[in-house]
Structure formats: structure tokens, C-alpha cells
Design a protein around this ligand. Structure first.
Ligand code: FES
Length: 291
């Protein structure tokens, strides 16, 4: 079980792994994730399921090796099993016919938004993808996004590829041309906050996937608390997808900064790029950091 069937280097330190997990493949839906421990005793890492094949019983994830555990996962050889894969976790995305749907992503969020783009396209929507990256060499999964979307725009901050600027600059143009019925965003907190500001001003419904620090991924440790609609919710069991206009992004930013400042930690992990890999102290703090 959980045998690694294939491994692929996507770019630099980002890898794709396909594993045999028939029970998960049978049930997983777009937007859900799994909790992975490469070897016995390792910490758990939450990874979005980016692809699956129900007939073959396989699931795939794409992750960045930015910590000890993700590094270990990336170094496991083909044909070896992963010790533990639990899921699918979280609620599936609400996929509906909306019209023109813009899926905007930055960083590893581009991998996580792929199944969302496919699902909206399959449901009869026109899907416009926007990918943002610092520079051309950081750009992820352009070819896959072009297959999953009707049209793709790319923005690089240094102008080394396609449009110079931010992904949100492209969104701004589309919104002003009144070409957008619905927006879905996954990426840095700042990007999602700006997306929601833009769409709220223009009355465009927006969903976001939040990736706070997760430790147990089961709703028991309290580390993934976020404020949505003025209530504290746990992203692992009540998300990770939320109405972007109801998310308190300032509180989210404050909480993530609190983690960074409280525990300077050289190890980072994948679920979002802000997350620090959680040692015992982090696990303890994750339970006590509050508003
Ligand atoms: Fe959500 Fe622990 S990770 S409560």
C-alpha cells in the first residue's frame, strides 16, 4: 500500500509523486488533501491531491522540498512505500456552473489549483488561468494549466516571461473589462487578500484555499485556526476552501507572523510556503497561539 509508482522533477526543488492508494483514489474530490508521513515517526505533512485515477487506484501530489520531511519524501525511491497516507481530508470544492471562472495562483498554489481548473472546465465553465511567479524559472506547470484552462495568462515580477507584474494586475484588467463571473485563488496570503479586495469591490464571488500551519490535520490540535465570518474555524476540517470575502486576512497574517517570530526555525515545509516545519515546540505553540 502507498507504493511510489512514479516520480518526476517538476522544477528545481519541486517534485511530483504518484502513489498507489486505491481507497483514497476512489473517494477524493477536487480541493481535498491527504496527510503524509514518509517514514514511521516522521511528522505529518498535508499535501493537496492534484490528480488521481480511480481505475488504476493512484493519486498524485506535487510538493516543494523545503524541509526535512518534504526532503525525505522527495528522496524515497520508486517502488518503495510511503509509511502513512491518510485521507481524503477536508471538504471538497463546491464546483458549480458559474460562467467565466478565473483561477489565479502563485507558487506551489499552481499545482493545487490544477484539479479545481479541471473541475470547473468539466462543469461547463469557461476557465481563465492566471499564474504568477517572481521570474520565468520559478514558473510552474504552464503546460498543464494550458490543458486545464480555456486561456492562460502569466505574469512574472521581473518581466522575464509574458507580462511584467503581478498576477493580480492581470485579474484587475479582466475585472475592469467585466469578463469575470467567479474567482478562485490559491497562493500567498497577500495575493489572496488583494484578490478578495478587488473582487469584493466589484461584487464577484470568490473562493480561496487557506493553508495555515497544520499539525494533526484532524481538527484536534487547533494549529490551523483561522477567522472566517468573525468566527474561529479549523481549516483542516472546516476548509480548506472558504468564501474569500469572509476571511479575516489581517488576522491570518498576524497569526502566521506570530509563528515565525515565536519560533525561528530553519526548516520549512510545503502545504503553504509560509509554513514552518513543526518540531515539538511548534506543536505546543500551535495549540496555544490565539488571537
Ligand atoms: Fe487543524 Fe490541527 S491541523 S486542528
Amino acid at each position: 500500500m502507498f507504493e511510489i509508482l512514479n516520480k518526476q522533477i517538476v522544477t528545481q526543488d519541486i517534485k511530483r509523486i504518484d502513489i498507489y492508494a486505491p481507497d483514497i483514489a476512489k473517494k477524493v474530490e477536487p480541493g481535498q488533501f491527504v496527510r503524509v508521513s514518509p517514514e514511521e515517526g516522521d511528522e505529518h505533512i498535508p499535501l493537496s491531491v492534484v490528480d488521481w485515477d480511480r481505475k488504476k487506484g493512484t493519486i498524485s501530489f506535487i510538493f516543494q522540498e523545503i524541509g526535512q520531511t518534504t526532503g525525505k519524501l522527495g528522496s524515497l525511491p520508486i517502488n518503495e512505500p510511503i509509511f502513512s497516507v491518510l485521507g481524503p481530508l477536508g471538504f471538497a470544492s463546491k464546483i458549480e456552473k458559474k460562467g467565466t471562472v478565473v483561477c489565479i495562483a502563485t507558487g506551489i498554489g499552481t499545482a493545487q489549483i490544477l484539479p479545481i481548473c479541471r473541475a470547473y472546465q468539466k462543469s461547463g465553465n469557461k476557465v481563465i488561468g492566471i499564474i504568477g511567479a517572481k521570474t520565468k524559472k520559478n514558473l510552474l506547470l504552464e503546460a498543464q494549466m494550458r490543458i486545464a484552462c480555456n486561456k492562460v495568462f502569466i505574469a512574472t515580477q521581473d518581466g522575464t516571461y509574458e507580462r511584467k507584474g503581478l498576477a493580480t494586475d492581470v485579474l484587475k484588467d479582466l475585472v475592469h473589462k467585466k469578463e469575470v463571473d467567479f474567482v478562485y485563488a490559491i497562493g500567498s496570503i497577500e495575493m489572496m487578500k488583494e484578490v478578495c479586495r478587488l473582487t469584493q469591490d466589484n461584487n464577484i464571488p470568490t473562493r480561496v484555499q487557506l493553508k495555515p500551519i497544520m499539525v494533526d490535520c484532524l481538527g484536534m490540535c487547533g494549529s490551523c485556526r483561522v477567522k472566517v465570518d468573525n468566527k474561529i474555524v479549523f481549516a483542516c476540517v472546516e476548509g480548506p476552501e472558504f468564501d474569500g470575502h469572509k476571511v479575516d486576512f489581517d488576522d491570518f497574517i498576524r497569526r502566521m507572523k506570530g509563528f515565525e517570530e515565536s519560533v525561528p526555525c530553519p526548516h520549512k515545509t510545503q502545504f503553504n510556503q509560509q509554513k514552518k516545519e513543526s518540531g515539538p515546540l511548534m506543536r505546543f505553540l500551535s495549540g496555544i497561539l490565539s488571537d
